[in-house]
Design a protein around this ligand. Sequence first.
Ligand SMILES: Nc1ncnc2c1ncn2[C@@H]1O[C@H](COP(=O)(O)OP(=O)(O)OP(=O)(O)O)[C@@H](O)[C@H]1O
Length: 739
Amino acid sequence: MPAHQPAAPLAPDITETTGGQADPADVILAAERAHLAHSRAALRRMREHAQSLSSDAAGDWVSQQVLEALLDQRIAALADHPDTPLFFGRVDRATAPAAGPTGPVGPTASAAPVGAGAAGRTAGAGAAGGRAAEDEDDLPRTMYIGRRHVHDESGLALVIDWRAPVSRAFYQASPADPMGLELRRRFGYHGGELTAFEDEPLDRGGTLGPSRILTEEIERPRTGPMRDIVATIQPDQDEIVRAALGQTVCVQGAPGTGKTAVGLHRAAYLLFTHREKLSRSGVLIVGPNRAFLSYISSVLPALGEVRVDQSTLGDLLREHAAPEAAVPEDDAVAAIKGDARMAEVLRRALWQHVTKPEEGLVHVKGASRYRVADYEVREIAASLRGTTRYGPGRNAFAQRLAHAVLVRMEQRGEAPDDRVQDAVARSKPVKRLVEAVWPKLTPQQVLFTLLSDAEALGRAAKDILTEEEQAAILWRKSYRSAKSARWSAADAALLDELADLIERTPTRGHIVVDEAQDLSPMQLRALGRRCATGSATVLGDLAQGTTPWSARSWTEVLAHLGQDGQVTELTMGFRVPREVLDFAARLLPSVAPELALPRSLRPGQGSLTVRRAAAEPAPGALSGEVLDLAVDACRTALGREGSVGLIAADADVPALREALTAAGLACDVLDGSGDETERLLLVPATLAKGLEYDHVIVAEPARVVAAEPRGLARLYVVLTRAVTSLTVVHAEPLPAQLA
Ligand SMILES: Nc1ncnc2c1ncn2[C@@H]1O[C@H](COP(=O)(O)OP(=O)(O)OP(=O)(O)O)[C@@H](O)[C@H]1O
């Protein structure tokens, strides 16, 4: 858990000293600190024990290596990070089962004050440093919830992993459904040191007020990469995090509702709960660009999970076409190529390469000749065509031809075995026939023919694409060969589809797809085949769709992904202050009229500033005055705490950089390298998705809108990156929807 010092003392009802006696809150805090020290010592012993284990017991060299690697992993997992508390919460179970309904718990509680006295009565001091009372079911009455499991020498759990089933109540229990709990205690920390606590009584009915520990966590300035939210996961988020492995979940959520955070915690949860299965099949996180991946890169390691692949779609498909070499393409063309109808066009295009056999086969062995007639060869090819993938079909064709030769041999009284069949299948005449009928193909060769040969395209796309669509995707520029062709980002998904038609794509146990609204049907199919035997967590916001092929419905997204899934919604925003969110939401009726207005947990009065230049705008560029206003706003923001992001249309980034440099303000331009060190970041609008900064300055919104077809949605993304303040500077009129 990140370090923070609660601004106000918590548990206010027990902070007053009574008649010279020790402050009960201090007593409790001291006892909890003792439990922390006790747990740390136990963790150290666990680590020492793991270090003392030897891999010598393994029977052979390979097992020894495997065991050694496992022991190293175990030792690393048992590391105690001094800045990270071992536990962030505690639950006390009710002695008698608490009455109350067991229905679903709502996302937030409100009304009654936090810290209403339960602290004084519970096992705080009693649990600390010693064995807590245990109930009949062997669970301790008091349980501490943390990032990893810690137990003492007798096996008593001192800290329980947040992902364990019993920890669920820490996140889900409420006075309406206490889930057998009497009390939930949340801890405040500074560095690794416990500094405060907050009690939520759960056995007295009523409702809980907002948690101050949560509020302070949300208000804490953002610096560096994204943090985990393990201490403050909300009940509706927790439902998603803990959904069963076999279940595909699709989350629609307004900006800052925690979709990314939830997706990452779900990956960590699944890896913990199904470690063995997923360590074999793997978990993959797919994000929109490298800047985003670099931003989220430390969340999973902080949760103890390092063996998760995180990739952009482009990098995932790089074996077919390297994303850095992608040729730019007209959006209209990319939209046709991204359409799901292309799947059938490609299927036909591939199988068109299988021709009708015109000749029979003659196999010569010594003085004997074995003949398979042309009609028989045709029958074999026809019976295999389309029943398997192209590659295995080709192998099967060779084997079936060889088998037909074998049958001839047997008819002559010979007794050939499997080795003879293999040898015949590899013989020159069979190879030649196979190559003529069922040629070996790469995805690139098939797509090269399709996009460069109008006739081939016409045959494959007949009754699927219109003449105009066919004309649009046909290459204007002719390449000499498949090898010298250059591919676009949309082509990469087509190549991947072809690759899978040729040979099956390996699948993972689970994939998390972030910003999924931006993916084309063909890109979704590429991801779908990577979780064909697994499940997915699909995250996104229909209002933030900025590609021409952006999704309009999650049901369609799931269908293209090939997954049956539940669509669920996160509605409470944790990032953007209400004032800023309301401002940005003026764009919603234009970008996604079907969505409800987003809500924010944070009022953020005074968080929005709009400054208009007095002089006329400069056509085709940022005016000098807007540059000055932007520099001014950056300087002011740098005087405050937290990160600063200056976001503008991509084309305006160089001018802004020059202006900042001339004004003596150091900045880094965000480019996905992850090398940024300055507190002030200059962010091209097309890279802002998924990111956040304490203070955001947006220069000339009208130019962000004008830069691309779905520019209003881009502006919605850009305006919703702010955690503390948003300053908009402009000379051109604001888009009418915002004015
Ligand atoms: N339960 C929580 N406790 C504390 N912080 C939270 C919680 N949920 C979300 N946050 C914080 O809110 C911010 C927004 O979260 P996140 O980036 O996951 O939202 P998102 O829905 O993916 O947003 P966007 O749609 O803009 O990409 C992050 O700083 C995250 O840490």
